[in-house]
Design a binder for this molecule. Sequence first.
Ligand code: SAH
Length: 272
Amino acid sequence: MSASGTPPARKPRFPAAAAPEPTPTPRREVLRPQRPVQQAAQDAARRSAPSGVGLTSDAVRRRMVERLARGGIRCEPVLQAMAQVPRHEFVDSALAAQAYEDTSLPIGLGQTISKPSVVARMVSLLHEGANARAQGHLGKTLEIGTGCGYQAAVLCLLARQVVSIERLAGLHEQARQRLAPWRAQRLMLVWGDGRLGHGPSAPYDSIIAAAGGDDIPPAWLDQMAVGARLVAPVQSDAHGGHMLLVVDRQADGWVRTLHEPVHFVPLKSGAE
Ligand code: SAH
């Protein structure tokens, strides 16, 4: 059975016990559940035990990763990293039951954690940058928009060093606590305006932004090493929303490639 939550195309399957009526009417037919019972039971178990064994087991993350692979994510290191990070620990416990669905979720202060498919897509693109390909990992990485810290944790498994900046002190502090086990190793969390990048650790091999502005701030371009790649949402006048932009720094300049439309929170100025 598919783990994607897709309803069966035709007749649902039922165990023998699910049809006890001797004389079913057409009306009862209509009232039958539209999903296999096994799948409904899994959903119910997940809802009734949001912080139980279901979420802490590897199986739930493996299913999420299988869905990402079916959705076209081919980058094996990214899939492996996402199979390891417990996404439910980065959201409010009331939302934990939804943590492995492909949905963005509120993380407080009007911000959201990106959908797993968007994180996977952006980090996969980052992994195809020239320096990342040469090194086999993301190298020195800058993230703008720490938020709840989920993506920072994923990056930690794929990079030599991660600097992650958040402008909202409340989210920065929360991420600091959640990421304590990861921070010691290779993660630096910074509270400040990420539009300025982080000069002291530059240049970076990989830069990823989780918030979208009108254009790419000049500091990000300056802080890219030759061979570095940047992936960020950017406002597109033609599209009327955000598009995913990839910038590669080559020896003789920066090459920009626009990808698909995406939806992100705005890149704001200043820290508060
Ligand atoms: N990667 C995050 C996504 C968080 S949403 C996660 O896994 O949860 C984007 C975040 O970008 C928000 O927390 C928002 O406050 C932050 N942000 C917006 N503008 C910013 C800026 N100029 N500098 C740093 N962070 C910024």
